[in-house]
Design a binder for this molecule. Structure first.
Ligand code: SAH
Length: 252
């Protein structure tokens, strides 16, 4: 029997943001692998085994899922948001490239999901309406000076920037340093959005400015969008403001 591996994006958190393809892949699996809280989001099915692991064990988790699939099982490996964005799909590719030759013959399917920056953007309007990029502030897997160079390039290049992994107890100062870096390129009035746990019960979304952005307002479940010089805020009576980046830039 030849096994298969589905790397499944669960979206940001609400059941409605789970795609039908993701639901089908989860239901069809013999075994589910994933970070514990992600597994907890999936309804139990009799006969299906569950293999929770810690947040920081991506490589080992991907290898375990590949090994199980190579034994002939239909395995689903869970990822929050989209599996291709700072997540498990790349961890699986890393293991396939460096691991057991048999893993190259496995049937591997990546099932996309709604990534956090799209979920946060949708809450406030259209901040990603023109050119944008995504940067992870985690310096676990890359040195901090690389992060700084990318922040410089993105801000000076006119990109709206989505910041993933902004802060954690092991990385307490990086977000403040990132805001300082961005303030070298962008005015204090630049619209900035903090979106926390979007799609979950404890969701919180705040629109502020780069000048007023406080790193203490973010935690591990927060995604931050820093606008470009073109990003605008439309105040609305009795309603939350709309943040958007117009689709066109005049030639200079
Ligand atoms: N693969 C995931 C991202 C993993 S990195 C995705 O596509 O969304 C983890 C980071 O994603 C967190 O530190 C946070 O910045 C962001 N994130 C994940 N889920 C989120 C949510 N529901 N609301 C806001 N940010 C979220």
């Amino acid at each position: 029997m030849s096994g298969s591996l589905f790397v499944v994006g669960l979206g940001p958190g609400s059941p409605g943001a789970l795609t039908p393809d993701a639901t089908a892949a989860l239901q069809a699996a013999d075994a589910l692998y994933g970070y514990g809280p992600y597994l907890a989001r999936v309804a139990e099915r009799p006969g299906q085994t569950r293999h929770p692991s810690d947040n920081r064990e991506e490589g080992a988790r991907a290898a375990a899922a590949l090994r199980h699939a190579a034994d002939g099982a239909r395995v689903a490996l869970l990822s929050g948001g989209d599996p291709g964005v700072f997540a498990m799909a790349a961890a699986v590719c890393e293991q396939i490239e460096s691991g057991d030759d048999a893993w190259r013959s496995l049937d591997v399917t990546i099932v996309p999901g709604v990534t956090a920056m799209l979920a946060v953007a949708a809450r406030v309007g259209a901040p990603l309406g023109h050119d944008f990029c995504a940067i992870s502030l985690s310096d676990n897997l890359k040195p901090w000076d690389v992060v700084e160079r990318r922040l410089d390039g993105a801000a000076s290049g006119g990109f709206v920037i989505a910041l993933y992994n902004p802060i954690s107890s092991a990385r307490p100062w990086q977000l403040g340093a990132a805001f300082e870096r961005l303030r070298r390129h962008l005015p204090a009035s630049t619209p900035t959005v903090f979106g926390r746990a979007v799609g979950r019960a404890d969701e919180k979304v705040v629109v502020t400015s780069l000048g007023a952005a406080d790193p203490a307002s973010a935690d591990m479940a927060t995604l931050i969008i820093v606008g470009s010089t073109f990003t605008r805020v439309i105040e609305r009576p009795g309603l939350t403001p709309l943040v958007y980046t117009p689709r066109s830039v005049a030639s200079s």
